[in-house]
Design a protein around this ligand. Structure first.
Ligand code: MN
Length: 234
């Protein structure tokens, strides 16, 4: 049997006319035994359906903020840069992948896309909406862990990693605020910020707020997460 094909969503820069994912994602999928392919920012449901027919799994990658329009909210002062084409494309792909139970791994922005597409809510800006939170924008390079998370022992994430508490890196100012229906939180920081979610009764549908793709060389659990995902795509 051939290696599973993993579709990787890309950053999309409308000003520089560039569409690209960070190389970390490509490398991590390849190392875990999958064939990485980069997906375009699809702009219609029909295009999304056809694109997903080409892949065995969907990796929703990190990036900038999600436009408040897609949250059905007004923008708060702490909102960062938004690219609506990317938001539309990823929200479509996530919703369509959920519908066909295609395995999904969401990373950082990707967990937020996953949550919104499934009916959850996010913080637009943690410091202003959850002032007692710790510093989630780390001042150390991204390959270093920054804070701890507690992992729910009744979760797929725990089965994959086999640890109740791990160190993670942290490069975000948004986070899941309300877990979508049919999902559970599987990891939480000490300040109560949700750091992971997964869909119950799905083949594999999991999001993490940290960046495992940047730590596969420096932290043992990151590789295990990618392996679990790619195996579920077979
Ligand atoms: Mn964090």
């Amino acid at each position: 049997m051939g290696r599973p094909v993993i579709g990787i969503t890309a950053a999309h820069c409308t000003e520089e006319l560039k569409t690209f994912p960070r190389a970390f994602y490509i490398d991590s999928i390849r190392k875990a035994g999958g064939i990485p392919i980069v997906l375009p920012p699809v702009q219609s449901r029909d295009e999304g359906i056809e694109v997903l027919d080409l892949v065995d799994g969907l990796l929703l990658t990190g990036g900038g903020d999600i436009s408040p329009t897609y949250l059905n909210e007004d923008p708060l002062r702490g909102i960062g840069a938004c690219i609506p084409e990317r938001d539309l494309g990823e929200l479509l792909l996530s919703e369509l992948a959920l519908r066909k139970d295609l395995p999904i791994l969401g990373i950082c922005r990707g967990i937020q896309v996953l949550a919104i597409s499934a009916g959850g809510k996010i913080y637009q800006d943690i410091p202003s909406q959850h002032p007692e939170a710790i510093q989630h924008n780390q001042t150390a390079p991204r390959q270093y862990t920054w804070h701890k998370v507690d992992i729910d022992q009744k979760s797929l994430l725990f089965r994959l990693l086999g640890e109740k508490k791990i160190g993670v890196n942290s490069l975000h100012h948004q986070a899941v605020r309300e877990v979508p229906p049919g999902f559970q939180s599987n990891a939480m920081a000490m300040d109560g910020i949700i750091e992971g979610i997964e869909k119950l009764n799905a083949k594999f549908c999991l999001g993490v707020q940290w960046h495992p793709e940047s730590m596969t060389e420096t932290e043992q659990h990151s590789g295990a997460l990618f392996h679990g995902f790619v195996e579920a795509c077979r």
